[in-house]
Design a binder for this molecule. Structure first.
Ligand SMILES: Cc1cc2nc3c(=O)[nH]c(=O)nc-3n(C[C@H](O)[C@H](O)[C@H](O)COP(=O)(O)O)c2cc1C
Length: 159
């Protein structure tokens, strides 16, 4: 196994679901970043973080504390080509996997709610298929979590 623990951040629960699935599949101990003080500094970690405005939440903090071996970014964008775009935009020199999580409008609070209201206003002016689908997910919610998406991550862990 290439990591000795799984650490994650999650706002509405989708990243937590992936992290829990991975912990079950690997037997690795699981920590929420906010509750990871029991984990020794420098521990080799597989990190999962939810995406907010193109940034992986908690990654900087986790990198300052642990030896991050691999990163999983969880978002709502369609998977096609998104991992490559993220890797390019973030300039990460780490294995990076993208997992499509979901969107739970009722669980979005505070400034995140405001950000998504702005996103909704932008998307509602667009007519392309991807924007319409994104708008539908923002209005109605969506859940794309699947164990199948974790297969490349499991392959990386076992290598
Ligand atoms: C304010 C805000 C910004 C977001 N930005 C992105 C983004 O840049 N890319 C993306 O794919 N998803 C984005 N999302 C969607 C979340 O990443 C997605 O709902 C994810 O599954 C949330 O994971 P969680 O339930 O663990 O918090 C955003 C959501 C919110 C509320």
């Amino acid at each position: 196994m290439k990591a000795s623990a799984i650490v994650y951040t999650s706002n509405t629960g989708f990243t937590a679901q992936y992290a829990t699935l991975l912990a079950h599949q690997t037997g690795l101990p699981l920590f929420r970043l906010e509750d990871s003080s029991a984990l020794a500094p420098g521990t080799e970690v597989l990190f999962l973080g939810w995406l907010c405005a193109g940034k992986i939440q908690g990654l900087k903090k986790a990198m300052g504390r642990f030896f991050i071996r691999c990163v999983c970014a969880v978002g709502m964008a369609p998977s096609q080509g998104y991992a490559q775009k993220l890797a390019h935009d973030l300039g990460l020199s780490l294995p990076l996997y993208y997992l499509r999580g979901g969107y739970a409008p009722a669980r979005i609070r505070g400034r995140y709610r405001l950000m998504m209201a702005m996103m909704k206003a932008i998307l509602s002016k667009k007519t392309d298929t991807q924007s319409r689908e994104a708008l539908k997910a923002i209005e109605l919610g969506a859940d794309w979590v699947s164990a199948q998406q974790l297969e490349p991550v499991m392959d990386w862990l076992r290598k």
